[in-house]
Each structure stands twice: as C-alpha cells, then as structure tokens.
Design a binder for this molecule. Sequence first.
Ligand code: 4NP
Length: 148
Amino acid sequence: MKILMVCLGNICRSPLAEGILKSKLSKNRFYIDSAGTGGYHIGNRPDIRSIEIAKKNGIDISSQKCRQVKTKDFAAFDLIYAMDYSNYNHLIEMAPSIKDQAKVRLLLEETEGPIMEVPDPYYGGKDGFANVFQLIDEACQQIKIKFE
Ligand code: 4NP
C-alpha cells in the first residue's frame, strides 16, 4: 500500500507525518512519502523544529527532502492525506479523475476528535510543533490499526 502525506510547504507537517507513519508500519508492505502543494522549499530539509520534535520522539526525519505534489502522484499512491482543508481542496482540484479524488482524505478524519485540521505551525513557536506531532501521531496510530 502506498500513502502520500501532503501539506503546504512539505517542511513542517507532512515530513512529520511521513516519519511518524513510517515508524509504525512495516517497510515491506507500506511505501510512505510526503510532498507539498506549494513550491517554496523544493530540495530543502525539513524545518529544524520538525526535525527536533521528531528526534525527541525517537524518529529521524533529517534526511528527507522537500518536493512538490505532481499529477503523477494520483496514479502512484493509493491514499493521499491532506493536513488541512486548503491542502485538501488543492488536491481535489489537481486530481485527474473522480477516482483519484476519492483517494484524497483529511488526515484527521482518521481520529475521533472534533479537530479536522493539523494547524500550520510555521509562524508559531515550538509548542505548535509539539501539538502538531501529537495530532499526527494519533491519526497515524489509527491508520496502523486500520490497515496493518
Ligand atoms: P508546512 O508549513 O505546510 O507544514 O510545511 C509551512 C511551511 C512553509 C510555509 C508555509 C507553511 N511557507 O509559506 O513558506
């Protein structure tokens, strides 16, 4: 199964989502990647604050490299998780077919709580990243239970 995690910059939220989900699922059966709808940071490493919160939780995301979502991703992946509604709407507009649109989900649809979006932590402080880690970790735990 192939799963793509998507946010705006692919330097804060989706690199964490990629790293966290990879840490929970078997490499043999799952291919996990991440990308951004925007193209501001292509080729860059994740934001240092994401690298640090991941490291604190035993996950190394420091070698990931930012890339932009491309149309071919809809054929290549089975599921595409958006971090917020803006990413979601962008992906729905990009999708080449109705079938491809059906691959797109909000990540927090996998959790029970009322929060539907992983907030963009880019302009905030460190606390924002701890909150983002927690929200993504809960969703990834549900994905593990659902698909593994
Ligand atoms: P991300 O956060 O979408 O979680 O990677 C952002 C990173 C960079 C920017 C926006 C959001 N930016 O505008 O450069």
